[in-house]
Ligand binder design. Sequence first.
Ligand code: NAD
Length: 510
Amino acid sequence: MTQSTQRLNDILKALALDLKPFAGQDITSRSPADGVTLAVLKAHSAQQAQDAIAAAHQAYLQWRTVPAPVRGELVRRFGQTLRQHKAALGALVSVEAGKITSEGLGEVQEMIDICDFAVGLSRQLHGLTIASERPGHRMMETWHPMGVVGIISAFNFPVAVWCWNSALALVCGDAVVWKPSEKTPLTAVACQHLLEQTIAAFNQEQPGAVPEGLAQLLIGAREVGEVLVDSPLVPVVSATGSTRMGRQVGVKVAERFGRSILELGGNNAMIVTPSADLELAARAITFAAVGTAGQRCTTLRRLIVHKSVAEQLVARLEKIYGSVTVGDPLTDGTLVGPLIDKASFEGMQAALAQAKQEGGTIIGGQREREDLGQDAYYVRPALVKMPAQTKVMEHETFAPILYIVTYEGSAEDAIAVQNAVPQGLSSAIFTSDLRDAERFMSPAGSDCGIANVNIGTSGAEIGGAFGGEKETGGGRESGSDAWKGYMRRATNTINYSGALPLAQGVRFDV
Ligand code: NAD
């Protein structure tokens, strides 16, 4: 038994989860920490996927009539279940996705936070009251559930993204069907297990409170996701992953006039102006660029630093990059865990080779810790000094590569460089100059969905709406009014007069 399989056994015991019913020959879960196979699961067939969607639709027909605060009570209880199992589920995220301990636990904390947020929301699904131009009339908006929400998620946030979507969708009165990444099926099975446990306990106390089939899990690769994408019984598809995936999903959902919430690739930048607190910037850069081994959609990939402070900042970064501990994600002190797989490592090396060809000077980027497993891919994070923002910097390479370019003029020049890529997820400026900070957040500033000041690009809180523009897809999830993406709006006009006046003064006497 390897270290990962031993860890998995302990986690399964803590979660009281038996994998036998899921065993098969289709989807392999492996641990990026040592490269060993954790389990092989069976995939759902297209027919099974359609049956699951149909069952979820039936459940929705009942769930939509349950008062929203009662729906919130289910989510509140799920948050409690997550609190009880935070350690085990966090460790499973580390074992299957390779996140270091605190980031695995942080992902579960994010689930708990969104449950809390959704519970509050369950009493606040407000519409507006609008002044009517007609006497004796009242106008208002009401928000109603949509139906089945299809959730397609990526490997790098194997549990939180599902919870962002499902906690909101469930309080909004929708049913959910989840197709997780084929690289992280076990975390999905564990989440579903915990939710089903919560539902069963709720139904025991209040028989029939939660209809059967309300939340479903589909194991499989993209073909299974395509069933969700194509189904007319799925009015909302929330898809998180690469821009390549979003291009396919977005078009197909639009063709049938469905609604998609697309959370796609980022190519995030930070500007460092001459007035920046460089020590603070160096720490923020390190977490944003190196954390999660560069495998966050919000990972910092481009540093645009003023020439006057570049030498000092880059020297500091080189020192930090040389000393961060790369290794087993569950060992204390590790800051950089493994890449997800060999393809990811090869993608990183190809990007570094291209950067070199385009005039880059590379520091780091080599494979390390081969002792941890032949099929485990650990790397020293790479700093790449570029002569300008070249082709390679226009793409998201899902690995810890930080390209550095300098600028000489004003913050506007740096903002222009930042915005000159096809993606628009996260961005940041480090500055002590109020004017630069405000300009960065103004209409002429960053074109991203997230624009931070003196904070790195990654590590968002759940209270804000999360998502990005351009090739990042335009979707918004999580906090603020993102719940509206999971509901439909009706405008109601009520006439309590005895007359029938028409709007705009139109006369139509009969
Ligand atoms: P991926 O695109 O390879 O896969 C994501 C999911 O989409 C998987 O479940 C996959 O099976 C499914 N899928 C792929 N093609 C599909 C299709 N045609 N129809 C239906 N389903 C399909 O992404 P990945 O490698 O797992 O994740 C990394 C990517 O995700 C990066 O680009 C990262 O930036 C992005 N990401 C974005 C966000 C965000 O919120 N913007 C969050 C996390 C990850």
